[in-house]
Design a protein around this ligand. Structure first.
Ligand SMILES: [Zn+2]
Length: 493
């Protein structure tokens, strides 16, 4: 068969996301949970799976996972338990992974995902459960493979969505929304270069031809660690699955079931790995070393209190209450602390618009250089508010404002004291302004004549005089006032 223009193709895509939780210690032992340490230095009998070692649950990890579940609108049941998922692999020293099978700690939620066109789509969350991560096989030695078990036993939250997405764009937006949410909650750094967040999309197509719907096999693409590969593999699979079905109409879900594929970033293609295992292949059974977790109303209440305003709600508030544009509001709600800085500066008496300009201007530029968030640049909210108020009151002009901000970033201090010490306050003294303007006019009679005679370069000449006034005043002349006065002097003989 061949492709037909009138085939109606509906991709159905669900995503499993693995999020490494940002706890001090591992999930079931007291080893440090940290990326980048020398191989096999953060290990102990528990995470090495030595005989007789007993796991002890990390309560903080459970709370982080519940927090994420609640923020996703999930139900957090009264009882959750631990199961052993049995498989054999060199990076898994116990030969089983402690996970959650039939009683996950959160289920049935949803997340609103903003799309690049400004609309919002809702993705349902099937479940979120907690498990321990495996170690890492390292293949960069010729002739043999090494295993680093520092990561073995670190807490991993697996969030499973329903197949509610239909394009690479939606899947990418979902991944970004999830990254923003877990960072917002402070439960994960969600740094993809460090493997804090890994994606496994499940993709198949429903193809409507001649009134009949055909379903292609469900492909799970394993272990993607960038948005680019997430979006790239979805695009590729949509094309590949349609072509595969056109080539062989027997290539259907009923006949082939599910399969795992890997994604090769360089070629932009997926590669067949194996037919997908089913739950019974793992012989799940309750872990006899760990007691079930009983969730009390008190705990639920306490965690819920800590969630506060979520990113999309806050973005809307910034647009409604502060009059910010979508772009500005979106940029300031990438993490909670940057938004808090805006709110606190406004509470200190500044206008939201001015603070936004400072945050998305000079502060964002510094953040960009340092590879951190605007909040992490470390400006104090009260000082930021004071500086914004000074600019609004024309006590300093915009360029002096940026200089003061640089000093605040480098050394801290009071904006007013900095402005005074460095002679950056705008001069509102009319006599001083008049003196600067008159000095400049007296120093450049030929240019004054050019302007008065309506020379074709009069506009540039005026700009030159303005520059001289600012220079003479060492940047302290309020530009609007200086311009008005200069104009007045030049056109009144
Ligand atoms: Zn350990």
């Amino acid at each position: 068969m061949t492709a037909r223009d009138n085939d109606i193709i509906t991709p159905l895509i669900g995503v499993e996301i693995h999020v490494e939780l940002d706890t001090e210690t591992k999930m079931f032992c007291r080893c440090r949970n940290r990326f980048g340490d020398p191989p096999n230095t953060n290990v102990c009998p528990v995470c090495l799976g030595l005989p007789g070692a007993l796991p002890v649950m990390n309560a903080r990890a459970v709370e982080y996972a519940m927090l994420a579940g609640m923020a996703l609108g999930c139900e957090v049941p009264d009882l959750t338990k631990w199961d052993r998922k049995n498989y054999y692999y060199p990076d898994l020293p116990k030969n089983y992974q402690i996970s959650q099978y039939d009683l996950p700690l959160a289920r049935d939620g949803s997340i609103d995902v903003p799309l690049p066109d400004g609309s919002v789509t809702t993705v349902r969350i099937l479940r979120a459960h907690l498990e321990e991560d495996a170690g890492k096989n390292i293949h960069d030695h010729p002739g043999h493979t090494c295993v680093d078990l520092n990561r073995a036993g670190t807490p991993l939250l697996e969030i499973v969505s329903q197949p509610d997405m239909h394009s690479a764009v939606e899947v990418g937006a979902y991944g970004r929304a999830m990254q923003r949410l877990v960072r917002w909650l402070g439960v994960s750094q969600a740094n993809m270069q460090m493997g804090h967040m890994r994606f496994e999309p499940n993709i198949n197509l429903h193809i409507l031809r001649d009134g009949v719907t055909y379903k292609t096999p469900i492909v799970e693409v394993k272990n993607l660690n960038s948005f680019r590969s997430l979006e790239g593999c979805v695009e590729y699979e949509i094309r590949r699955q349609y072509q595969a079905w056109c080539d062989d109409p027997d290539c259907t879900l009923e006949k082939f079931g599910k399969e795992n594929r890997g994604y090769d970033v360089d070629s932009g293609r997926t590669v067949y790995q194996r037919s997908k295992e089913e739950a019974h292949d793992y012989r799940y059974f309750p872990d006899p070393d760990l007691v079930p977790v009983v969730v009390t109303d008190d705990l639920r209440h306490r965690l819920r209190q800590g969630i506060g305003e979520l990113p999309l709600a806050r973005r809307q508030r910034y647009m409604d209450a502060y009059g910010l544009s979508f772009k500005e509001a979106d940029a300031l709600t990438q993490d909670a602390a940057t938004g808090d800085l805006l709110d606190d500066a406004v509470a200190a008496g500044a206008t939201a618009k001015r603070v936004t300009n400072l945050l998305l201007g000079r502060v964002a530029a510094v953040a960009n250089e340092r590879g951190c968030t605007p909040a992490e640049v470390g400006v104090d909210a009260r000082q930021l508010g004071e500086l914004a108020a000074m600019i609004d009151a024309a006590a300093v002009n915009a360029s002096a404002g940026d200089r003061i901000l640089d000093i605040l970033i480098a050394e801290g201090g009071s904006p007013r004291a900095i402005a005074e010490a460095r002679n950056l306050l705008a001069v509102t003294d009319t006599a001083a302004l008049e003196a600067w303007v008159d000095d400049v006019l007296a120093a450049h009679p030929e240019i004054v004549e050019q302007i008065r005679s309506g020379h074709k370069k009069a506009k540039q000449a005026f700009g030159f005089l303005m520059g001289q006034v600012m220079k003479t005043s060492q940047g302290k002349a309020p530009p609007a006032e200086a311009k008005r006065l200069l104009d007045e002097r030049l056109h009144v003989r």
